[in-house]
Design a protein around this ligand. Structure first.
Ligand code: TYD
Length: 209
């Protein structure tokens, strides 16, 4: 029987550089002989991508937002993540449930107990084996987002949030990392790219071992 694959997630506040690293990490894992599935949340399935559009652009209550995130996540696990892990593939997922704890609970004040109940209902105990938290101080994230906006990119609903929101999201991520020290690696994402890649290379060593 094939051993269950490894489930790796990437997290961090907007502007932490996480998405830049997802592709590199996947390429490096592939180069080292792993079969890799790269995916993202919200999204990852045809229905999930439609829900992503609504989540990023449509005004809605925080409760509706939380429910739609978990609806998309249910499809994603059923159609993509669980089958890939069962095949023995390595799954690299750009955001997962920790983002809901950070953004919806930390950022918007949705009760942690509601998110925990939905997590149990939807995921039946599935959680990542490894979560990379790309951490940057608020000022760095703001500067990166402002540069993107100045270059003409329209910011989505979350990216357009104020500084206090991102401060709460970042704190919530750090609290989760401290509560799950074996699963999380906190990566200082203010370092130059080669330094972050050196850290990621050591993490790939662990994954392929
Ligand atoms: P993001 O990874 O920032 O997409 P991209 O890098 O392509 O812009 O994800 C989109 C947004 O969704 C991000 O601002 C955070 C938000 N989000 C939540 O609020 N809760 C969640 O559970 C997830 C998965 C994402």
């Amino acid at each position: 029987m094939t051993a269950r694959g490894r489930f790796v997630t990437l997290e961090g506040i907007d502007g932490a550089g996480k998405s830049t690293h997802a592709g590199w990490l996947a390429d490096e894992l592939t180069r080292r002989g792993r079969r890799v599935v790269v995916t993202r949340e919200p999204g990852g399935t045809p229905l999930g991508e439609k829900l992503r559009e609504l989540l990023l652009h449509e005004p809605m209550t925080h409760e509706t937002e939380t429910l739609l995130l978990f609806a998309a996540r249910r499809e994603h696990v059923e159609q993509v993540i669980a089958p890939a892990l069962a095949r023995g593939d390595t799954v690299v997922c750009d955001r997962f449930t920790d983002a809901t704890y950070a953004y919806q609970a930390g950022g918007h004040g949705v009760p942690l107990s509601a998110i925990a109940a939905l997590e149990t209902f939807v995921l039946h105990g599935l959680e990542p084996d490894l979560t990379l938290l790309f951490d940057v101080p608020l000022a760095v994230s703001r500067e990166r987002l402002e540069r993107a906006a100045a270059a003409g990119r329209t910011l989505d609903k979350f990216e357009a949030e104020h500084g206090a929101f991102f401060a709460r999201v970042r704190d919530a991520y750090r609290v989760r990392a401290a509560a799950h020290p074996l699963r999380f690696r906190v990566i200082d994402s203010t370092q130059p790219l080669p330094a972050v890649r050196a850290v990621l290379t050591r993490i790939v060593d662990e994954i392929v071992r």
